[in-house]
Design a protein around this ligand. Structure first.
Ligand SMILES: C[S@@+](CC[C@H](N)C(=O)[O-])C[C@H]1O[C@@H](n2cnc3c(N)ncnc32)[C@H](O)[C@@H]1O
Length: 270
């Protein structure tokens, strides 16, 4: 299902625990005024339930200190936090959240997720490493994104490594031919090309993420016929991965261009 909506307005209509996997790739620059307005509607609900992890008081202290030091940060936090609380509510007891961010945002989001999910629910920090575009000579060129992985229940989450695509060994001469033929399990560092500007995967949507990354997450963290959710869906890459692996999906985006791309891309699955 593809839904055209502002996500925080739409999400309350979905039932608790409905999704085995939630993948989110939120924008950083979302427009300040809009965020302030949205926040006024949800502030009470968001602050009602300060979960353990830091203990309510200290999480609020960290949040307050960071917010007073940087306006852009305060806006970002106010935008993201209520949506991450919704993600937590919507996850099934065996469910997993994948939050895709870049190096400027990830450390703030880690603090936020530790507070919302609890630190014991942090499963992985996946580094997606790519090699494309210009290289700064003034610092180390940034060529990775970070995907934070949290589970709803650290003792009961679904993860099936047998379903994951395997990678070639870096030093195949050091392992048996059987192992070379099978490949090795990926680690938490995923080398994967960006969506090629000329390849057939490209939809034309500017922030499109590679299908290979999303298929890996869906394969490991959901089963056939499970429901998966992306409420910053863009070109619908999560839906394409879900369709390829026979999962059911809900994709939400407020941008009419994204909806057009998704309806075209997923026409056979809607
Ligand atoms: C970085 S893009 C996602 C790209 C996607 N992962 C893909 O592979 O194409 C973020 C998306 O979130 C959408 N978005 C931003 N704020 C939103 C909101 N409050 N409600 C719904 N969609 C929103 C934007 O329109 C944009 O398409």
């Amino acid at each position: 299902m593809v839904v055209g909506a502002e996500n925080l307005e739409f999400l309350p209509s979905l039932p608790d625990g409905a999704f085995t996997l939630v993948y989110l790739d939120p924008p950083f620059n979302t427009g300040r005024t809009q965020r302030r307005q949205q926040m006024s509607m949800v502030r009470a609900a968001a602050e009602e339930s300060d979960r353990v992890g830091f203990g309510g008081q200290s999480y609020k202290t960290i949040k307050g200190a960071l917010a007073s030091y940087d306006d852009a940060f305060a806006d970002y936090w106010e935008f993201l936090e209520p949506r991450l609380r919704e993600a937590w509510r919507l996850l099934a007891d065996d469910g997993t959240l994948y939050l895709h961010l870049d190096y400027r945002e990830v450390h703030y989001a880690k603090v936020m997720l530790d507070a919302i999910f609890g630190r014991e629910c942090f499963l992985n920090e996946i580094i997606w490493a790519y090699d494309f575009g210009g290289r700064s000579k003034r610092r180390w060129p940034s060529k990775h994104d970070t995907i934070l992985v949290y589970v709803k229940d650290p003792d009961g989450y679904w993860f099936d490594s047998e379903e994951v695509d395997r990678e070639p060994y870096m030093a195949p001469g050091l392992v048996t031919p059987e192992k070379v033929a099978r490949g090795k399990l990926p680690t938490d560092v995923w080398w994967h090309t960006i969506v090629s500007p000329t390849g057939k995967e490209k939809t034309g949507y500017p922030t499109q993420k590679p299908l290979g990354l999303l298929k890996r997450m869906v394969a490991a963290s959901s089963r056939r016929d499970d429901w998966v959710l992306d409420f910053f869906a863009g070109s619908g890459t999560l839906g394409a991965a879900a369709a390829a692996l026979q999962r059911r999906f809900v994709l939400v985006d407020q941008n009419p261009e994204a909806l057009e791309v998704m309806r075209r891309r997923l026409a056979d699955h809607l």
